[in-house]
Design a protein around this ligand. Structure first.
Ligand code: ASP
Length: 437
């Protein structure tokens, strides 16, 4: 069975087993002793699922900094002349911002049609205190690292991008020495990519453990009360990923998006089970470079940048949530307020960290700007984790689609790799690793 299928099967098994455990643990079907045993040894903190899941996420995260650094250094140095960097950066940024603004607008439109908050009672327990957002000047200054080692130790993605671009540019302009160090980084990239592929073989186990734990502990009852909100967000997320991106992709590249979505399946599985674009980054980058044929001069820049600032799925949740909360509190949203929501949700998605649940925190910025009570966030916390998993998958879809579109327009794209239908085979890895005597 191909690795992709094994990952998808493990996802399904995790969801089914987790949901069964949930029923068993919540209800009185099993004797108390058995429930305690299952909970302690499998589900609870330090249980089997928790330990395997945490190890898996750490393994993913450990690759993020080395991979982004070497991939971007290779990409920037191979571009050689800096004149090419400008258009790549501009197109990438423009597409990231435009698609996010489209995403919020669609979310506002559908939410205004569905009226998800129309019949929801305001709970008096609503209670949420958001942290204060940092001033914009700090955000800009914070992009430039004063100490690259600290930037890497703290995993500050934008700082690492700035540093790597600078190193890559300098390598391209350092003559013979530059060529030597450049070839070192290319070798490093091959080695780190190989680490990603080795790790992917563990994915079925990791994905299974993460999902089994999550579904065993998740209170799905909350969905019933918030069904209209939940399914509006879900519907817009799926629509945006498949229809909006599908059309944009075909329009810009002329290729069918079917292959894109097919090759995205393992990336979706990682995004869904970790709910973190950041932890999924190594898989996204590997897929885009190795299986979709995007040259690392584009992928090394657009994928880490996208994981950090391009969050269409998050913006969609924030759009629907704003309409929902306005309706629950009986506040009319004017056209001006809706425009404000489009702008602030686009900016908030830039400021959302690529880890689970942060979209809900930056939602407070959007609500504040729209003049809505921030405590309203407490109303939707109950169903947020599941939506977080789906919106993270949408977030990475945007990164990948934009990366291929930009690479194609800049001729940094190998069409034959994109069109080759070879699936992700565990056997390939086995062969690669076999000793060559
Ligand atoms: N979990 C999302 C991501 O990593 C961010 C969010 O919306 O909370 O992309």
């Amino acid at each position: 069975m191909s690795l992709t299928n094994r990952i998808l099967l493990a996802m399904l098994a995790g969801v089914v087993l987790g949901s069964l455990l949930n029923v068993l643990l919540q209800g009185s079907l099993a004797p108390e002793g058995l429930r305690e045993l299952l909970n302690d040894y499998l589900v609870a903190k330090n249980g089997l699922f928790d330990v395997v899941g945490r190890i898996f996420v750490s393994l993913l995260k450990l690759l993020v900094v080395p991979l982004v650094l070497v991939s971007l250094i290779c990409g920037a140095s191979s571009l050689g002349d800096s004149a090419r960097m400008g258009p790549i950066a501009l197109k990438t940024m423009a597409l990231y911002l435009a698609t996010t603004a489209i995403a919020v607008s669609i979310a506002l439109f559908f939410a205004s049609l569905v009226n998800p908050g129309a019949h929801v009672e305001l709970m008096s327990a609503a209670n949420f205190h958001p942290p204060a957002p940092p001033p914009l000047a700090d955000v800009l200054v914070d992009m430039v690292p004063s100490n690259p080692v600290r930037a890497m130790a703290e995993g500050k993605m934008l700082q690492i991008i700035v540093f790597a671009l600078l190193v890559g540019y300098a390598i391209a302009h350092s003559g013979e020495q530059g060529r030597r160090i450049g070839s070192f980084f290319r070798d490093m990239e091959a080695v780190v990519m190989k680490m990603v592929e080795i790790l992917m073989e563990l994915a079925p186990y990791g994905v299974f453990a993460l999902l089994a734990k999550l579904f065993a502990t998740m209170g799905l009852g909350a969905i019933v009360n918030l069904a209209a909100y939940f399914f509006t967000v879900l519907g817009v997320l799926v629509f945006h990923a498949l229809v909006v991106y599908g059309l944009l992709f075909r329009g810009f590249t002329g290729f069918s998006p079917a292959m894109l979505f097919r090759k995205m399946r393992p990336v979706w599985a990682f995004a869904f089970s970790t709910a973190s674009s950041g932890a999924t980054l190594p898989i996204t980058l590997n897929t885009v470079e190795r299986r979709m044929g995007v040259h690392n001069s584009v992928a090394g820049f657009s994928i880490p940048l996208g994981a950090t600032i391009n969050m269409d799925g998050t913006a969609i949740m924030q759009g629907v949530a704003t309409v929902f909360i306005a309706q629950v509190y009986g506040v009319e949203l004017t056209m001006a307020a809706l425009m404000t929501v489009v702008v602030t949700a686009t900016l908030a998605s830039i400021g959302t960290a690529a880890v689970p649940g942060v979209g809900l925190i930056t939602l407070s910025l959007v609500l504040q700007q729209a003049g809505l009570p921030v405590e309203g966030i407490a109303l939707i916390i109950g169903v947020d984790r599941l939506l977080d998993m789906v919106r993270t998958a949408v977030n990475v879809t945007g990164d990948v689609a934009v990366s291929v579109i930009v690479a194609n327009s800049e001729r940094q794209f190998d069409e034959s790799v994109y069109l080759s239908s070879e699936s992700l085979q565990a056997d390939d890895l086995e062969q690669d690793r076999a000793p060559t005597i």
